[in-house]
Design a protein around this ligand. Structure first.
Ligand code: HPA
Ligand code: ZN
Length: 337
């Protein structure tokens, strides 16, 4: 292990952009296919990994939704979450705010209850086992219509005391945030936080819409905001957290190579950027791999890495006193290492 890797691993950090379905490793996909007697279009684990060669977001989403088909029971969702939290804990993650896509499951007949209770069981287990706390963020699939999002919000009602916020994911281009303004308003009216993927493939206008129409508390990706100086200024001035995902950006061809990643430009522009893994089973690495890849390609120094980790706590939805505790432990750790 390099010094850089062990430093990043030791840094206490939060993860704020992680799709739990995107943490389904091929080995678990095969095990669940067998357990549930579901057939999958792959002959072997190597076959699955070879299929993970994407040229854009949609290429990935097609495979990601197919993979999720093996998830059937509460135990499956619990096992999925447990596998992620074990990896995250080993990476020094102390708190994680995970996305889930209920419509991917309810549309194939899996009740919302199975998904939510299975994930919540895995979350409780991670806190007991690793002291790793977590929150759930319900994402609406933006390629579906707003009525379907309203139905999902309705199905979630009995769980709203255990769901922190709503998000917006799936195919971005052609599905602007404006399509979901009313359902986000309803969700915020129920006391939920709001986040949205914007500016991953979509233009800066989608980020403006996420701010002004969805009233987001946090921006997922946001890379293309840098194309608009006024927007960048607005994000910096308002202290908006950006959940940036370097290996995802590389695998989905948002950037041509890691040397072109904007993470250091984001920090220099005064943006509260964080580093996250997005869909680690599909993009070739968990959160430490993402910090290391970005640091090596862009020459991030120790202070940058500590800033990124600090931003991850500051951008979390934890209560202020818990954030302050995490930041104090981070600063103490950085001073001692
Ligand atoms: N973008 C949009 N939708 C997604 C992603 C992503 O990176 N990962 C899982 N769903
Ligand atoms: Zn994402």
């Amino acid at each position: 292990m390099t010094n850089l890797t062990s430093f990043v691993q030791g840094l206490p950090k939060a993860e704020l952009h992680l799709h739990i379905e995107g943490s389904l490793e091929p080995e678990l996909m095969f095990a669940l296919a067998e357990r549930n007697k579901v057939s999958i279009p792959f002959a072997s684990v190597e076959d699955v990994r070879a299929a993970y060669d994407f040229s854009n977001l949609q290429d990935f989403l097609d495979i990601y939704y197919a993979g999720a088909n093996v998830l059937r029971t509460e135990a499956d969702f619990c096992d999925l979450a447990t596998a992620y939290f074990d990896r995250a804990a080993a990476d020094g993650v102390r708190h994680s705010e995970i996305f889930f896509d209920p419509q991917t499951h309810t549309d194939r007949g899996i009740p919302f209850q199975v998904v939510a209770d299975g994930l919540l069981a895995g979350m409780a287990e991670a806190e007991a086992k690793h002291g790793l706390t977590s929150k759930l963020i319900l994402c609406f699939l933006r390629h579906l219509d707003e009525d379907a999002a309203f139905e999902t919000l309705k199905a979630a009602e009995p769980w709203l005391d255990r769901i922190e916020g709503v998000g917006l994911d799936s195919s971005e281009v052609g599905h602007p945030p404006s399509k979901f303004a009313r359902v986000f308003e309803a969700a915020r009216g129920m006391g939920l936080k709001a986040v949205a993927h914007a500016g991953e493939e979509g233009p800066p206008e989608y980020v403006w819409e996420a701010l002004d129409l969805l009233h987001i508390d946090r921006l997922d990706h946001g890379n293309r905001a840098l194309e608009d100086a006024k927007l960048t200024e607005r994000l910096a001035q308002s202290g908006m957290t950006l959940t940036v995902c370097p290996l995802s950006n590389l695998k989905l061809c948002v950037i041509p190579d890691m040397a072109a990643h904007p993470i250091d430009r984001m920090l220099k522009a005064g943006l509260r950027a964080t580093i996250n893994s997005d869909d680690p089973a599909y993009f070739g690495g968990y959160v430490v791999d993402n910090y290391v890849a970005a640091a090596q390609a862009r020459g991030l120094d120790r202070d940058d890495l500590v800033t990124l980790a600090r931003n991850s706590f500051l951008g979390s939805f934890l209560p202020p006193a818990e954030i302050a505790g995490h930041v104090a432990r981070l600063d103490a750790w950085a001073a001692a290492n």
